[in-house]
Write a protein that binds this ligand. Structure first.
Ligand code: FA5
Ligand code: MG
Length: 420
């Protein structure tokens, strides 16, 4: 997997431990290592620091909203190093050992102990340790995932946290009293944490509701429809997520809830044993795609002037500029069919990863078009359709034939399937 990354052999240890160097640090390789050169190359592209990137524009729009509309003063932070420990990403957030997100099939590992963060929640505790009580934090996050116009293995998240003393919340009781019904609906039948006074939890949820409802209305317009529903996260209880109705469909925008007391950094509870905090995590691409009418998530990574120049006149306090698609280049479709070995736990993410390696940014979608069990040979057969399309140029048959034959070779070798 890491063949294109630099490998070193540490002589000091007197035995050969293969390592890989990522962002200037050397990491030991082990059986969990699955970071690919295609993903490693994304770690250097800092979209949030490119002034006209729609993601940077959205981040500034959100800061402006919090500055002008929220009674609390929020710290605005950007965290550019996505390498965290599995302890930060999972253990400290009470994500159980058996949770699917821990699998190397779903997450990128440098090695067993170190990984690319899958969510910005991984940094909450270290920010709390600095004594900050209300902050927004943005950064790039990484997940192994399907290939289509709304999924990339890297996207950006905004994390928000607000810590309260019960007294501060009680002082807002009258202001929030009309929200009791809304809150009860949003959390459904979830039980509250035993450490918490139900009255305080409901006030904290009311504050979360007012904060995020206000943000959604500011971003999507006063007339937008928002619905809240109960959900589950290991690190919050109760938990709730919200969807916005936009372009005729419901779009999940964020997950949120009351942080588990165990997740709060110990220094928070040392300062105030009764402290309580809400938190939320929101996907920036999803929101920016809707606001600017960007139809393909790969566009955020385009350095093509026809994309980037369209946002150069955007002001934070004006209506988002609608993206005018530049000519759509023709797609080229190719199928790949294969028989799985008799004993196989085939994971589609493995196939997607190979495709991303071979043709970064040139594949628009991959779909399973046929799947059957061939009784004669007692093997499953799969057929995937790959839609190749560049957003910047017309692809030639020659190039696609070359990519496709490389793909066939690697799929046969790495997935140990029999090509048809
Ligand atoms: C989380 O990542 C939680 N850490 C959020 C959270 C934070 C909950 C704090 C409670 C407290 P989730 O996996 O649902 O949750 O992702 C959060 C948001 O990120 C989603 O609502 C969505 O807007 C965005 N998101 C998730 N997956 C993708 C994806 N593949 N592509 C683009 N955006 C995504
Ligand atoms: Mg979710």
């Amino acid at each position: 997997m890491i063949s294109a990354c630099r490998r070193h052999f540490s002589l000091q240890a007197m035995k050969s431990i293969p390592t890989t160097t990522i962002l200037g640090h050397e990491y030991e390789i082990d059986s969990m290592t699955n970071i690919t050169p295609a993903i490693a190359s994304r770690l250097h592209c800092k979209l949030l620091s490119q002034p006209n990137s729609p993601l940077a524009l959205l981040w500034r729009r959100i800061q402006r909203h919090f500055d002008s509309r929220h009674p609390r003063v929020f710290d605005f932070l950007r965290h550019d190093d996505p390498i965290v420990t599995a302890k930060q990403n999972f253990d400290e957030l009470l994500i159980p050992a058996s949770h699917p997100s821990r699998s190397p099939n779903d997450s990128y590992y440098l090695n067993r102990k170190t990984m690319l963060r899958t969510h910005m929640t991984a940094h909450e505790r270290e920010v709390m340790a600095t004594g900050r009580k209300s902050f927004l934090l943005v950064g790039d996050v990484y997940r192994r995932d399907q290939i289509d116009c709304s999924h990339m293995p890297v996207f950006h998240q905004l994390e928000g946290v607000c810590i309260f003393s019960p007294d501060e919340l009680l002082s807002r009781e009258a202001e929030y009293s009309h929200l009791v019904g809304v809150i009860e609906k949003a959390i459904g039948s979830q039980v509250l944490q035993v450490e918490h006074d139900p009255k305080i939890v409901k006030l904290a949820l009311a504050d979360l509701y007012v904060t995020l409802h206000g943000l959604m209305k500011a971003l999507f317009g006063d007339a937008s429809r928002i619905r809240w529903q109960e959900t589950f996260f290991p690190f919050t209880q109760p938990s709730t997520e919200a969807e916005v109705f936009y372009d005729n469909r419901w779009l999940e925008v964020f997950g949120s809830g009351i942080l588990q007391q165990q997740v709060l950094h110990p220094s928070v509870l040392e300062r105030d044993p009764n402290a309580i905090a809400w938190a939320f995590g929101m996907g920036l691409e999803r929101v920016a795609m809707v606001l600017h009418g960007i139809s393909d998530i790969r566009l955020f990574w385009s350095q093509d002037d026809r994309f980037t120049s369209q946002f150069s006149s955007q002001k934070e306090d004006t209506v988002p500029i609608k993206f005018v698609p530049f000519s759509k280049y023709p797609p080229i479709c190719r199928d790949i069919s294969f028989y799985l070995p008799t004993t196989s736990d085939f994971q589609p993410n493995e196939l997607y990863e190979i495709i991303r390696e071979i043709a970064p940014d040139l594949v628009e979608a991959v779909t399973l078009t046929d799947e059957y069990h061939d009784v004669k040979i007692n093997r499953a057969s799969m057929c995937y359709r790959i839609v190749y399309r560049s957003m910047e140029r017309t692809l030639t048959d020659n190039l696609i034939n070359k990519l496709q034959s490389e793909l066939r070779e690697r799929v046969a070798r790495q997935l140990q399937v029999t090509l048809r």
